[in-house]
Design a protein around this ligand. Structure first.
Ligand code: HEC
Length: 146
């Protein structure tokens, strides 16, 4: 009995240590400003980026500033952080443009992914999000998501 208990508590502290180490690693790996593909939170899907012009180009800059920390460079997602928006789930028929505005202004309760809630994004206006949507829709179309 006693031996079993010792083995069990040994295993338990090993598990706790592993979890601590893991959260430590994922914490220090790539700060909030580093959404590059070579940091932790690697891209979850591969995205072909078409030539961007006009509103979509403005949207790209706004996306990089406000969304890429979680949704990744080129909206390709960041493993363990946030989902790719270039994904069938977010095609116009499932998530209309209005859901992007709501997401940015009010936040999102986690329901599709295991990443937790999306907090409201401070400092973006509805107009900003409309540009971001133009950018994301352009990426989606270039990657066969309509
Ligand atoms: C702090 C991290 C974070 C930031 C910053 C962030 N998001 Fe999100 N976002 C998430 C997560 C996590 C989810 C997935 C929630 C779920 O499980 O469905 C999500 C979901 C979404 C959705 C889906 C909404 C729905 O109705 O299901 C949209 C659209 C979205 N984000 C757009 C944006 C835009 C646009 C920006 C920038 C203005 C942004 N996000 C910034 C983390 C973030």
């Amino acid at each position: 009995m006693r031996r079993n208990f010792l083995i069990l508590s040994g295993l338990l502290s090993a598990a706790v240590l592993a979890v601590l180490l893991w959260s430590r690693l994922t914490e220090t790996d790539g700060g909030p400003e580093s959404a590059g593909p070579d940091t932790a939170g690697a891209a979850m899907v591969s995205v072909t980026v078409p030539e961007l012009t006009g509103v979509a180009l403005e949207g790209e800059a706004l996306f990089r500033e406000n969304c890429a920390t979680c949704h990744g460079a080129d909206a390709a997602g960041r493993d363990g952080v946030g989902p790719p928006l270039v994904h069938r789930i977010y095609e116009p028929g499932h998530h209309g443009d209005g859901s992007f505005v709501l997401a940015a202004l009010r936040g999102v309760r986690a329901h599709h992914w295991p990443f937790g809630d999306m907090p409201p994004v401070e400092g973006v206006t509805e107009g900003d999000v409309e540009r971001i949507v133009a950018y994301v829709r352009t990426l989606q179309r270039a990657n066969g998501i309509n």
